[in-house]
Design a protein around this ligand. Structure first.
Ligand SMILES: Nc1ncnc2c1ncn2[C@@H]1O[C@H](COP(=O)(O)OP(=O)(O)OP(=O)(O)O)[C@@H](O)[C@H]1O
Length: 789
């Protein structure tokens, strides 16, 4: 059954009193569609006016009747007699009926208003994570050797330290201490903990050259530092930075054990000897317990990078055991006393946040740690014991995005999400630099797959679509190999046409997708392609790419689906505006309860986020209305409507045409429809997993599934999804209010948050949500999918 967004296109009965715009160029079907959409819009406005006039006349008649007779008409009866739609004309049956995809009707009214600050030009903001260019801070002044400083400058293009690097070098180069490094995204935390370690190991070798008292470090001198990262991707990234740093100290040998290859080769590497090891916790613990040749007795530094992520992925127990083993290893008789290196082991914990789970990690790994932060004001009391750390954490989390990041939110009705995504991306890449990149975050893998296919559908698929008027489940599927990147589709639309058919996002765009269900080698190849392509590139991904990944030249981040928590949001938007570069981030919000999320955004922003609407984005992307469509018509003389309804803006037709093409494409092949339905169902399930503090903004019961289906190029809400999801009465009006419900609305009233657990199995909704969120994470980006060793 069509939802209320699907309107029957009534046959033109000749009542149109205003010439329709003439559409030129493009495919004939799209021109037809655009024309029908315009007709439909005019008819709807006329019908609305007629309905209002009829209602007014009926009310007047009733008032007159009431005064003439004591028989009053009951109010509710009156209500049902008001015509809600015009009767079809007598010859309607002779005309072909067509469903018109009405994107612009029955959309909820946004609650938020454009802020005045939107209109004001904001002062340029100084980047908060940029290298310091005050002329005072340079690496040699902070204690780095000229060799290392020159290597940074000439080989790594790192001229001056960032604020966190400056503080870390001051604290960690000369003193032996545990440290908790906390700084915003993209501020250079990796070099902040690597530089002191590398410099001190280089100093040891220097001492040997001067007085011959210490043997120069070589691969068999011992393992001095271990860096633990939560995922393979992050470990590899750290390893790349470390290797490029050590090109000026080639005798210091780095290595990795992160799984994904035969353990035998890792064992061989460990046996050969390494000085600095990058590892994932599971794999490291495995080697600590099973690899006999693995000697950890000389370890002087343990770094726990991305502490919050380590905890989220459940590595607490492994790290606890690793710390215990390393403590024991310090008493090993094989331990060498090397002047210049710390006598006991120093541990550094890096985390963007100071949440309680990170504190737990600190409790088991840190002792009298210094708190290394970029802002001087936050370092008043630098010496903390573990208890003091816990006290500090009682203050609100001060994790903020980089100051130069421009944040905005776009209020997008559910039905318009797909077309607005397309329009938004068109805008991002219009006139962008040739190597500009953008990332779009989605809530689940199925949604990423679906949107990747929709945005990159090929000409061949579109042609296939053109021949299909109806769904054809019997057609053989096109054998599309698994691909994670492709060039955006080209269409037959001539560049200067009147845009009856949707143009491409950008002719040279290289589109990628990344999520946890893809095999590891594909993920690695995709990331590498996205990072290195010289063309404009787009990455559609889940939260697999939200933490720690340092992808170059990302100018824009779009949260197509809002993050599951404010913390996740900050990590996601932190993929842009790195190391002082500019960046923009936007999040799509549905009109209604979701707009409450603006408060969460504002709390996690240094300046209030700007507000835009789907109309703003689409109008800008599809082009402004031509003068002919905005000119006001002269009032009609005599009886009849005093003012003709304004014609729709031209972009309505273009947006509608885009939507219809996507729908036709999805309907044309059974496998595409199935993918769309899968994405829809997974999206709705993911929707139920927002953290408790933000759940009010993401109320599953307020979700209009019929409208949302359109965002997945479906013409109606898929029936019988079996998601265990129920949508409440408030979920849009629909006919008789019953069309929106899964399972006829007779299921439990609060089962929206459950995923097939059944009501009895999940008595505590919070617990159920937590479980479901954990499940979603596992399905999207969690440890199992990273194959963490
Ligand atoms: N002093 C510097 N000057 C210029 N660029 C730098 C400097 N230090 C680091 N960078 C660059 O900044 C980028 C971000 O660094 P890094 O990944 O270490 O940040 P981070 O703080 O760990 O971010 P996240 O919290 O997102 O993991 C990298 O591309 C790195 O090469």
């Amino acid at each position: 059954m069509a939802d209320d967004g699907m309107m029957l296109n009534m046959v033109d009965d000749g009542s149109a009193f205003r010439a329709l715009p003439v559409y030129k160029g493009g495919h004939w079907k799209d021109r037809l569609t655009a024309r029908k959409a315009a007709q439909h819009y005019q008819k709807r406005v006329a019908t609305q006016k007629q309905t209002e006039a009829d209602a007014a006349r009926a009310a007047k008649r009733r008032r007159v009747e009431k005064t003439e007779s004591d028989e009053a008409v009951p109010e509710r009866h009156v209500a049902t007699t008001i015509p809600i739609a015009p009767k079809p004309p007598p010859n309607a049956d002779e005309q072909p009926k067509q469903f018109i995809s009405s994107l612009f009707t029955s959309n909820p009214v946004p609650k938020t208003q454009a802020e005045e600050t939107n209109a004001v030009d904001r002062d340029p903001v100084m980047p908060s994570n940029a290298p310091l260019d005050d002329g005072l801070s340079n690496f040699t002044a902070l204690g780095l050797s000229p060799t290392l400083a020159s290597h940074l400058l000439h080989k790594m293009d790192v001229k001056a330290p960032t604020a966190i690097q400056e503080t870390a070098l001051k604290e960690l180069l000369k003193t032996d201490t545990d440290a908790f490094i906390q700084a915003e995204t993209g501020s250079g935390k990796t070099l902040a903990y690597l530089l002191p370690i590398v410099q001190r190991l280089m100093n040891v070798s220097k001492a040997e050259q001067e007085d011959g008292s210490v043997g120069r470090i070589h691969r068999n001198s011992g393992l001095f530092a271990i860096i633990l990262a939560p995922t393979r991707e992050l470990s590899k990234q750290i390893s790349v930075v470390l290797k490029s740093l050590l090109r000026c100290a080639h005798w210091i040998v780095p290595g990795t054990v992160i799984g994904g290859e035969k353990k035998k080769s890792e064992k061989a590497r460990l046996r050969k000897g390494l000085n600095i090891l990058v590892a994932t916790p599971g794999r490291l613990y495995d080697h600590l317990t099973t690899t006999k040749s693995f000697d950890a007795s000389n370890v002087r530094w343990l770094v726990l990078d991305e502490g919050d992520r380590l905890m989220e992925l459940g590595f607490f127990d492994e790290i606890h055991r690793i710390v215990g083993r390393l403590n024991n290893a310090m008493k090993d008789p094989r331990r060498k006393d090397i002047p210049g290196l710390p006598t006991s082991r120093n541990t550094t914990l890096c985390s963007a946040t100071l949440k309680s789970d990170v504190e737990r990690l600190g409790e088991i790994s840190l002792k009298n740690a210094v708190h290394v932060q970029a802002e001087a004001g936050d370092r008043d009391d630098e010496q903390h014991d573990e208890k003091e750390e816990v006290k500090d954490s009682d203050k609100p989390d001060v994790f903020m995005p980089p100051a130069q990041l421009q944040q905005s939110y776009v209020v997008v009705p559910a039905k318009m999400r797909l077309v607005t995504l397309y329009a938004y991306l068109k805008q991002v890449f219009a006139g962008a630099k040739p190597d500009s990149k953008a990332i779009v975050f989605m809530s689940c893998s199925d949604s990423v797959d679906f949107h990747f296919d929709v945005l990159t559908r090929t000409k061949e698929e579109e042609d296939d679509d053109d021949t299909a008027q109806e769904p054809s489940p019997t057609k053989k599927p096109i054998n599309r190999p698994i691909r994670t990147s492709t060039t955006s589709t080209t269409t037959t639309t001539p560049p200067n046409a009147t845009h009856a058919s949707a143009p491409t996002i950008s002719p040279n765009l290289h589109v990628h997708k990344l999520h946890g269900k893809l095999p590891q080698p594909l993920r690695t190849a995709t990331l590498s392609s996205f990072a290195t392509t010289p063309r404009p590139a787009l990455l559609l991904c889940t939260d697999v790419a939200s933490r720690g990944l340092d992808l170059p030249r990302v100018d824009a981040v779009l949260e197509f689906d809002p993050a599951f928590s404010a913390q996740d949001h900050l990590h996601r938007v932190g993929r842009t505006a790195r190391a002082g570069r500019p960046g923009a981030a936007a999040v799509f919000l549905l009109p209604g309860p979701e707009e409450a999320y603006v408060d969460v955004l504002a709390r996690a922003a240094r300046t209030p986020p700007r507000r835009r609407t789907a109309d703003d984005v689409c109008a800008a992307a599809f082009g402004p209305s031509p003068a002919s469509t905005s000119a006001s018509a002269s009032p009609a003389k005599g009886r009849g409507p005093a003012t003709p309804p304004p014609p729709p803006p031209r972009w309505h037709a273009l947006a509608t045409a885009y939507q219809l093409r996507a729908e036709r494409w999805a309907l044309a092949r059974a496998e595409r429809g199935a993918a769309a339905r899968r994405a829809f169902a997974a999206h709705v399930r993911a929707y139920a997993t927002h953290v408790a503090a933000e759940r009010a903004a993401f109320d599953l019961r307020a979700l209009h599934l019929g409208h949302l289906a359109k965002a997945f190029a479906l013409r109606e809400r898929p029936a019988g999804m079996g998601m265990g999801v129920r949508v409440g009465v408030g979920a849009g009006k629909g006919k008789a209010g019953g069309g929106e419900r899964e399972g006829g609305g007779k299921r439990g009233r609060r089962d929206g948050e459950r995923d097939g657990d059944g009501a009895a199995a999940a008595p505590d909704p919070d617990e159920a949500r937590r479980k479901m969120r954990a499940k979603m994470k596992m399905a999207m980006d969690a440890a199992s999918e990273f194959n963490i060793g």
